[in-house]
Design a protein around this ligand. Structure first.
Ligand code: SF4
Length: 353
């Protein structure tokens, strides 16, 4: 029987004791947990139906022995963060923006995480004060940096006091105009989005955006919606990013329902990430062909507000590129003449003859 979790479950033994995993699976899951961090908040545990072997929330957070099977091409740093890190905690890949990785812990650990070799207890540490000062010094010394993206780990796991310090330090840098915060907290641990935390994220003269990571419509519970509303009502625009995960959201109905739920929460869908080549995640990836088919179905059946950009992080640190379906073809031999496909799949010549 499932017990209602009142605290975060941080290992296979706790998953078994809560009734989410049958005891006979404990030894196999302990092997996985020895390699990759495990954590499940009460909000996410409450969404799991342990009787459903294909539960889409369990699939995102429950360790699976398949994770110990690393495939050729998978890499500990699939997006190449380290090759673009001039100082600890900073990734400067694109000219006008940097990632600032403040922490390497999260309230939950997603089994498909592209930073799974970097996040979790005992992995890379939270930025020390000296390292944070050096990171801020780098940002200060580079006037081309227009936007700073707080990421990790999950930056909203930090206290409001610590976040306020970081936000104020960034606000004092003239050329930084935008601070973007990437987080799963409003969904997985909504009580962390307190009035004090919301105030900490707002800084005079700069725009703060919060980008929510959510992958299944079931994650948008009443409590999660209320947490998002606290941010949006305070004037913080929200965007979303989702990972295309096999067996979780790699079909048009589920993904469309997710996008609608986000838009209903005043969150504009931003990115749909193709699964990165993180170690032991092959069972959670789908094909690019399937991703394009799902995007094509969304285009035909859901509002323009519900359309994220389907992107792939090119392995080796070469950045993201859109990989969505293409609706436009040049008509052979004719300059300026194209064939364009409508949302029903019918082709039209442009400009019309
Ligand atoms: S919340 Fe983000 S950084 Fe943390 S485990 Fe999930 S995907 Fe990785």
């Amino acid at each position: 029987m499932t017990k209602v979790a009142t605290k975060t479950l941080t290992g296979p033994r706790e998953l078994v004791d809560s009734g989410l995993v049958p005891p006979e699976r404990l030894p196999a899951l302990e092997q996985v947990a020895a390699r990759y961090a495990v954590s499940l908040t009460p909000d996410m545990a409450a969404l799991i139906d342990p009787a459903d072997p294909r539960d889409p929330v369990a699939r995102q957070f429950m360790p699976d022995p398949a994770e110990l099977d690393t495939q050729p091409g998978e890499s500990a740093d699939p997006t190449g963060d380290d090759t673009h890190s001039p100082v600890e905690g900073v990734v400067h890949r694109y000219p006008d923006r940097v990632l600032l990785k403040l922490v390497h812990v999260c309230p939950v650990y997603c089994r498909f995480c592209f930073r799974r070799e970097m996040v979790g207890p005992g992995r890379r540490a939270t930025l020390s004060r000296a390292a944070l000062d050096a990171a801020l010094g780098y940002i200060r010394a580079h006037p081309e940096i227009w936007e700073v993206i707080l990421t990790g780990g999950d930056p909203l796991i930090l206290s409001a006091r610590r976040l306020r310090e970081v936000m104020r330090a960034l606000a004092a840098i003239e050329h930084v105009k935008i601070v973007r915060v990437h987080s799963r907290v409003p969904v997985v641990d909504p009580d962390r989005v307190t009035a004090e935390l919301v105030r900490a994220l707002k800084v005079r003269g700069k725009a703060t955006y919060v980008v929510l990571h959510a992958n299944h419509p079931r994650e948008l519970t009443a409590r999660a919606r209320a947490a998002c509303a606290r941010l949006v009502d305070a004037g913080i625009p929200m965007l979303s990013q989702s990972v295309l995960v096999a067996g979780v959201n790699d079909d048009a109905q589920t993904l469309g329902d997710l996008m609608r739920a986000l838009v209903e929460c005043r969150i504009k869908p931003y990115y749909l990430h193709h699964g990165d080549l993180a170690p032991g995640t092959a069972h959670l990836r789908t094909t690019i062909e399937n991703g394009q088919a799902v995007m094509r179905a969304l285009h035909g059946r859901y509002s323009g507000l519900c359309q994220p950009s389907y992107v792939l992080d090119i392995p080796g640190g070469h950045g993201k590129s859109p990989i969505g379906p293409n609706y436009l073809k040049r008509v052979r031999g004719e300059v300026g003449c194209f064939e364009i496909e409508d949302f029903n799949g019918r082709a039209h010549v442009y400009p019309p003859a």
